[in-house]
Design a protein around this ligand. Structure first.
Ligand code: CAO
Length: 448
């Protein structure tokens, strides 16, 4: 056996006594130069201690919880033939900053990742693209069910999140299926090449074998140009694809007679010129009333359990030039119409000015997607997991409605409620939309 060499903590700036939060390798593992050996997490950042050369880990000198500083010995490594001689002193790991990591191409392999926040669930591409040169995509339902967390270090999670990669879609090549930074890079490369990333071996049942994504040379048919997707488009597209594939959606349609509501809304608007009162605020109030009456709609699936929420946070889909975002209006049950109108105006403006934070988009119970200001008669919105239902609203229109003796002109608002059929059955959905329509038809019901 060749002489063992030490792998030490490189320069980590001013940080001292930084705890080890994760061991990334075990004795006997072959490692490549710059591959992470352990993860350290200070109050400022998460960083990996890189292997200084190729070789085989013979002994780990640390355990989770140990506190390390620059120069601490992390492992003894048997260098691969010629590796240690050729290897320079351990690459100093640049000090971890809280700034976002650069894009994958620009990111040095050894660079520490910013401090890992809890990975947003759900958030990231569920890319199912394939091409003829790759095997069919395995869409692993098991790996995406609520409660299943892909195995990866915080640094790799941050790295994946920066790239908009859903770790549930990435095959882990390391021990016990752990996903490494290289796995994420390989996944991105394969997706960018229009291919499907392979999933972890032995995925087993529950997956859908999809045929490969069509690969077409469009220029054969005429001029084209390529536009990169915005970051928001990539993230929301990934969420939408995952939610559409994973959730058995059904959409229930109904119409609400908002003739009286509209008269009241106009009056409110005239009395309160400083705030724009649109039908959406009434819908938020009515949705809260319906969620209170039908609590299964204010729930999330967690494995075999339903988590019923006792708070009423409503997500609002906002269309921005960069794509769709869903900020959340918190405690909508405790806010009046005018307060909701002000908050709606404020979050829409912040969304369009790109000033929303991720906290603004968390904690939602139920979402509303209103296309009423634009047009249309109905649509099938995609549920914003882990919520179980979403209300789509289209443009109200004056219609002749039979009142028992004659047709009367009434302002009708089309409602499209998509729901997760694993949690909600059709009868409950029909009751929910009927109740919504009743409340919107007679706002006094909000007082009940
Ligand atoms: N029927 C008729 N008119 C409606 C209406 C409806 N259902 N909803 C809104 N309107 C009217 C408003 O009263 C307003 O009229 P005035 O300008 O005369 O006052 C006008 O349409 C524009 O409203 P708005 O869109 O500015 O305001 P809003 O509160 O209805 O919606 C917001 C705010 C942020 C939700 C909206 O701007 C938006 O982004 N909508 C798109 C959401 C989206 O893309 N959803 C699809 C996601 S994919 O599932």
């Amino acid at each position: 056996m060749a002489e063992l060499k030490e792998a030490r903590v490189p320069d980590i700036g001013d940080d001292k006594d930084v705890p080890v939060i994760e061991l990334l390798v075990q004795p006997g593992d072959a490692v490549k130069k710059d591959q992470g050996l352990v993860t350290l997490e200070s109050d400022k950042a998460t960083m990996e201690v890189p292997a200084p050369f190729d070789g085989i880990v013979r002994e780990l000198k640390v355990k989770v919880g140990d506190e390390l500083s620059e120069g601490s010995v992390v492992a003894l490594i048997e260098p691969a033939a010629g590796a240690a001689a050729a290897a320079p002193a351990p690459t100093p790991a640049p000090k971890a900053e809280a700034a976002p990591a650069p894009a994958v191409e620009a990111r040095p392999e050894t660079a520490p990742a910013p401090k890992a926040e809890p990975a947003p669930r759900p958030a990231a591409p569920a890319t199912n693209a394939g091409n003829p040169s790759t095997p069919p995509v395995r869409f692993e339902a098991d790996a995406l069910l609520p409660g299943k967390v892909p195995h990866a270090s915080p640094a790799v999670r941050v790295f994946a999140r920066e790239l908009g990669v859903d770790l549930a879609q990435v095959a882990g090549s390391a021990r016990a299926g752990r996903i490494t930074r290289e796995d994420v890079q390989a996944f991105v490369k394969q997706v960018m090449a229009g291919g499907a990333a392979p999933r972890a071996a032995g995925g087993g049942g529950g997956g859908l074998d999809l045929i490969p994504w069509p690969k077409v040379d469009f220029s054969k048919f005429g001029d084209t140009e390529r536009q990169p997707l915005s970051r928001i488009q990539k993230l929301s597209g990934a969420n939408l694809a995952r939610n559409w594939a994973m959730i058995p959606h059904v959409t229930q349609f109904d119409d609400a007679d908002i003739t009286e509501m509209e008269a009241f809304r106009k009056k409110l608007g005239e009395e309160n010129k400083d705030v724009k009162v649109t039908p959406l605020v009434f819908l938020i109030k009515a949705a809260v009333a319906a969620l209170k009456k039908y609590p299964a709609f204010n729930a999330s699936l967690d494995g075999d359990e339903l988590v019923l929420k006792k708070y009423f946070n409503i997500g609002i889909a906002v269309d921005t030039p960069d794509g769709l975002v869903v900020p959340v209006i918190r405690d909508a049950d405790r806010k009046g119409l005018l307060e909701l109108a002000r908050e709606l105006g404020e979050i829409s403006a912040r969304a369009r000015d790109k000033k929303l934070t991720s906290a603004d988009m968390q904690g939602g119970c139920f979402s509303i997607s209103s296309l009423g200001g634009i047009g249309g008669t109905a649509f099938t919105p995609i549920i914003n997991a882990p919520e179980v239902a979403i209300l789509g609203v289209s443009r109200s229109a004056m219609k002749p409605v039979w009142n028992g003796s004659e047709f009367a002109p009434r302002l009708m608002l089309p409602l499209s409620l998509s729901y997760d059929h694993r949690v909600i059955d059709g009868a409950a959905a029909a009751r929910f939309t009927s109740y919504l329509a009743q409340v919107l038809g007679d706002l006094r019901r909000l007082l009940l």
